[in-house]
Design a protein around this ligand. Sequence first.
Ligand code: GLU
Length: 290
Amino acid sequence: MSPAGRFAPSPSADLHIGNLRTAVLAWLFARSTGRQFLVRVEDLDDRARDDVARRQLDDLAAIGLTWDAPPEYQSAHGARYDAVVDELTGRGMTFQCHCSRRDILQAPRAPHAPEGAYPGTCRDLTDAERAERAATGRPPAVRLRSDVTQFTVTDLLHGSYTGVVDDFVLRRGDGVPAYNLAVVVDDAAQGVDQVVRGDDLLSSSPRQAYLGALLGHPTPTYAHVPLVLNDDGKRLAKRDGAVTRAELGTQHTLSLIAGSLGYTASTVGEMLAEFDPAALPRDPWVYAPG
Ligand code: GLU
């Protein structure tokens, strides 16, 4: 399998200029290092829509991105994720969890544990306690029985980054594989060894790298790129105005992206000629849609 980079959008809303900029950067990182480039549609969630996925792929193609294999759809790979949950369960590395989000937020936390980190409620229940919780009727989520509390990754833009690894969810109570599981399983299955994405996901990368290591996968190279903010300093969103390619036009979209990276290029091919990862802007790009 050839080494690859990828872009992995969730088709719950049309891509905005910030998402497209991240996609361009993922493509530039992959192509400038001789890697293949893949697109994966992360459509496990019930907010995923087929028409949005089609428009996302059209937008990526329209701005000139090319990929080396047909896009993969996570919804087609349920067996792949279940097999990994079964493997980890066979190794004694999972447990069933009956907690609601509210239970987790209200449970006493270990000192220094970050808000929302799993407090361990269902990790070491006796058989009787487990039976009692199972009787509540809520189908259990499956969590990883993690044997670390933190893990360190190396990021091309952020350097060494250490973040929390808790007993995170592998499969939700409704049976849907969790993002952290699916992304690790798919990156390995597709030969992805370079992960370029928005820096809102930097804090998820220690969990993912740890899970990948447990499964025997090589750790990918990470580059978490700055997000695009609106002029209130908040993450850019569709409600901010004209932010999609359909609204901005293809050429204007490309020139905005190129300008935000300090390039004079008007195509992604020309951006590739100018691409220097060391010179990438490290601060968020502030974009005020008209
Ligand atoms: N599907 C995720 C998103 O759209 C990105 C996943 C990833 O790049 O790891 O936010």
